[in-house]
Design a protein around this ligand. Structure first.
Ligand code: PMP
Length: 292
């Protein structure tokens, strides 16, 4: 079945979907994005993702491209047209198309909006989670506003590629104080021997992950204790368990940090439980799948 993308008001074949060469997203990374998980025919935590999209747009003074109702309509349409039941929806909003110039274009320049949806083989992801993944550590070299979900992801791309070459799945950035900030596309967590979850506070140095918020809620529901504070690589290497969170991988166990194997090298019981019960704490919006 052929894929369909949404580009500036139109649903077009994915293979022909294009924006203008002078789109500011293309030329300046002048845009923001969101990724939502689609799980068992539901959009997961759509409200929180749209809230974060609003915030990112406000921080960059990009106009909202359409109402929230219209955005969620297009999201559902794109998911439905692509018949995705398990996967992700990607949406991107840029400052629009204008003759290349660093200054913002005139106020009447419409933002560009692109959406795509794709199926993910959830069994394959579960198999990866069953084994756990490795992470490497790299020096934090990103700008100070990583709380804004911009499409400017070059340091993240380079870090993740370095991880891949090293046989790992993720790279954890480490700040100048020796504390882990987050992964290239995930938030970072450790679990202490007393079962306490530790993750960096979302006030500086990280993107405030929607999945992170879900795990915090789940921990509260299940009576797990949480410390929102920075942790060092050494602390992480001696942790009982560790994991990473993102909409595209939910809770993914980490079993290796650089060359250090955590515990017995297998995902531990707490992280496995968090992964299994993650959606208990999510807002689930049911989708009507076209033709099905
Ligand atoms: N940090 C970074 C840098 C990310 O790119 C992502 C994923 N978009 C996350 C954290 C996790 O955020 P979320 O749980 O909202 O997907």
């Amino acid at each position: 079945m052929s894929r369909v993308a949404y580009v500036n008001g139109q649903y077009v074949p994915h293979s022909q979907a294009a924006v203008h060469i002078e789109d500011r997203g293309y030329q300046f990374s002048d845009g923001v994005y969101e990724v939502c998980e689609i799980w068992k025919g539901h959009i997961v935590d759509m409200g929180a993702h749209l809230d974060r999209l609003d915030r990112s747009l406000r921080e960059l003074q990009i106009k909202a491209p359409m109402s929230r109702a219209a955005l969620s309509h297009v999201m559902k349409e794109v998911i439905s047209l692509n018949r995705v039941k398990e996967g992700i929806i990607y949406m991107q909003v840029t400052r629009g198309v204008a003759v290349r110039d660093h200054y913002f274009p005139s106020d009447d320049t419409p933002p560009s909006v692109v959406m795509t949806a794709k199926s993910i083989n959830s069994q394959k992801l579960d198999q990866i989670a069953a084994k756990g993944v490795g992470v490497i550590t790299v020096e934090e070299n990103r700008w100070d506003r990583v709380d804004i979900k911009t499409v400017g992801l070059l340091p993240n791309v380079l870090a993740k590629q370095k991880a891949k070459v090293a046989g790992a799945r993720e790279a954890w950035f480490v700040d100048k104080d020796g504390l882990v900030t987050e992964g290239g596309s995930t938030n970072a967590w450790i679990i202490l021997s007393n079962g306490t979850l530790v993750t960096r506070p979302a006030n500086h140095g990280i993107l405030k992950g929607i999945t992170r918020a879900g795990v915090l809620k789940l921990a509260e529901m299940n009576g797990l204790s949480v410390e929102e504070r920075g942790f060092s690589i050494d602390e992480a290497k001696s942790a009982k368990e560790a994991f990473i969170t993102s909409a595209s991988g939910i809770v993914m166990p980490v079993v290796k940090i650089d060359e250090t194997i955590l515990g017995d090298g297998k995902p531990g019981p707490i992280v496995q439980d968090l992964r299994k019960s993650f959606h208990d704490a999510s807002e689930l919006i049911k989708l009507e799948v076209a033709g099905g």
